[in-house]
Design a protein around this ligand. Structure first.
Ligand SMILES: [Zn+2]
Length: 281
């Protein structure tokens, strides 16, 4: 039985696999989409993403008590929303490019519809859910967002596929400055950068940035520990994000490390512009 958050649950899944025994997953926070998936992310002792361990089956049981989730710090839920924010964009990239999902197959229409439902749910109920969590209470909005973060995002990424956002996250873990920010927070920066990287329309960019500001997800590099980051460091992260076999290549357009650095800088600029607006307003 695995109790806790993403890394603990991934560990429980990997250990159960190694021992060939069933595993029950009991998330005490809704900070990632790890609980339902048949995948464990393996990190180095330094905190860098090493690889994905694809497991032959999903956990036998995932048990979530929203009364427990509601009593955890809201930052966990917000991070989970950041992870869930990526799901539809990444699944959509795979759909458009006919790229494989995590089991190596093309995603089903069900997977893409669940990914979209994930996005719509967090956009509609994200803020009320975060407020509920800050107050330590369970509301229907919190229930919906916990379901989106845990089940919809998990099914969406696993059966729909991953794209640029998680690859950029994996690249960012190369930079020690980011190690105090959490998976979903770095994924959110990956989503914001991916909007510029893949030339999304203005209205989508505005929608996602506004949403991140509203729920308290980072929109600037400074907020993930990269204040004053050098181009050389960003290039190191971008090269890791573009490594052979990375899911960034599931995006429907060709991507280079230079383009990833540019997208990270552009997203950071937009985030700082909006922050300045908030401070002046
Ligand atoms: Zn994730």
């Amino acid at each position: 039985v695995g109790f806790g958050g993403g890394k603990t649950l991934d560990t429980a899944k990997a250990v159960a696999h190694a021992l060939e025994i069933p595993v029950a997953i009991v998330p005490t926070i809704a900070s990632t989409d790890a609980p339902c998936s048949a995948l464990s992310v393996i990190y180095t002792p330094e905190g860098e993403v090493d690889r994905y361990l694809i497991l032959p089956k999903n956990p036998e049981l995932v048990l979530v008590d929203t009364a427990v989730i509601a009593r955890a710090p809201a930052r966990f839920l917000v991070a989970g929303i950041g992870d869930a924010l990526a799901t539809w964009f990444e699944a959509e990239a795979c759909r458009q490019s006919y790229s494989a999902n995590m089991s190596g197959d093309l995603g089903s229409v069900t997977a893409f519809a669940l990914a979209r439902l994930c996005y719509d749910t967090i956009l509609e109920y994200g803020l009320p859910a975060v407020i509920s969590c800050e107050e330590g209470v369970v509301t229907p909005a919190l229930e919906r967002v916990v379901e989106a973060n845990t089940l919809l995002s998990g099914l969406g990424f696993e059966s729909g596929g991953l794209g640029a956002a998680h690859a950029i996250h994996n690249g960012l873990t190369e930079l020690a400055g980011t190690h105090d920010s959490w998976h979903g927070e770095k994924v959110a920066i990956g989503v914001l950068a991916s909007l510029f990287l893949t030339d999304k329309p203005r209205e989508i960019i505005d929608e996602v940035f506004d949403f991140c500001m509203e729920v308290g997800l980072p929109t600037t590099l400074e907020e993930i520990g990269l204040d004053g980051v050098s181009d050389a460091d960003l290039m190191r992260a971008a090269e890791r994000a573009c490594a052979e076999g990375e899911t960034i290549h599931n995006e429907p357009i060709p991507i280079t490390p230079e383009a990833v650095v540019a997208a990270l800088r552009a997203a950071d600029g937009e985030g700082r512009r909006l922050m300045d607006g908030v401070l002046e307003g």
